[in-house]
Write a protein that binds this ligand. Sequence first.
Ligand SMILES: NC(=O)c1ccc[n+]([C@@H]2O[C@H](COP(=O)([O-])OP(=O)(O)OC[C@H]3O[C@@H](n4cnc5c(N)ncnc54)[C@H](OP(=O)(O)O)[C@@H]3O)[C@@H](O)[C@H]2O)c1
Length: 291
Amino acid sequence: MTKLAFLGLGVMGYPMAGHLQAAGHDVCVYNRTAAKAEKWAAEHGGRHAATPREAAEGAAFVMACVGNDDDLRSVCTGPDGAFAGMGEGAVFVDHTTVSAKVTQELYALAKEAGLNYVDAPISGGQAGAENGQLSIMCGGDQDAYDAAEPVMTTYAKLCRRIGESGAGQMTKMCNQIAIAGLVQGLSEALHFAEEAGLDGRAVVEVISQGAAGSWQMSNRYETMLDDKFEHGFAVDWMRKDLNICLSTGDEIGASLPVTALVDQFYKDVQNMGGGRWDTSSLFKRLRKLSG
Ligand SMILES: NC(=O)c1ccc[n+]([C@@H]2O[C@H](COP(=O)([O-])OP(=O)(O)OC[C@H]3O[C@@H](n4cnc5c(N)ncnc54)[C@H](OP(=O)(O)O)[C@@H]3O)[C@@H](O)[C@H]2O)c1
């Protein structure tokens, strides 16, 4: 039994922390909204703490899955932050999708304090977190990664170190760039099918088995056709991620024209009131445009 902390019990963090407790670890959770931490502890039999620092005290590994760069800084640093509670040699594992810049900044702070820091963003959606089937892309020191890998595999089907600190987040950017154009393409295909009077389900049953098949197509077409978007990966988070991709693209000289366009489509979805809708709601935008 390893003593662990988990910070951030959102759509992803809540089930991930549950897998750790179910695997026999001694987990202490922290969540900004304390009621969620209390609910988690009652449901899973683990402990909960009032601050990240308190949760991190005595933990060999501190996992986090919060919102954005500022949220991550706020749970790591300061008098109530996790770094203040962690003991020498403990490993901080960040599952949040954030910039490589904040990752390197926190990695350096952690090293100064005698701690380890692994960036470990995730892919696989809400279902992947609930079923323990996430893909995890990591950056950081090899020995820290090697120590954290057995803990992360509790909720992962694949966990790999790509390179030095920040490499996990850079890989996650590749993931989001690939998804942006793909979800728009899927939305256009379903929209085209509807406008052509075809049975969308029948269309997907066939085309998902050929070259057009994708995770998004298999896992999202039914809810898209049923106009259900109150689940999954929020548009607000996707815009946060695409903005990281676009600014990093500028810095490294990568051309991302489709990513920039799809980001604007997501802005339209936010203006439709869909900031918390799943990213597949690009389809709802097209339905609205055609009246
Ligand atoms: N959902 C997905 O499918 C998915 C997939 C891959 C990656 N991600 C990434 O994983 C991260 C979490 O996503 P999610 O869908 O789980 O989000 P979520 O449901 O909105 O949960 C966010 C969590 O972060 C906490 N938080 C936010 N700001 C905070 C702050 N300043 N201080 C402390 N805690 C704070 C929230 O606390 P409260 O409960 O108090 O609000 C909540 O526990 C994001 O970076 C997202 O981009 C999500």
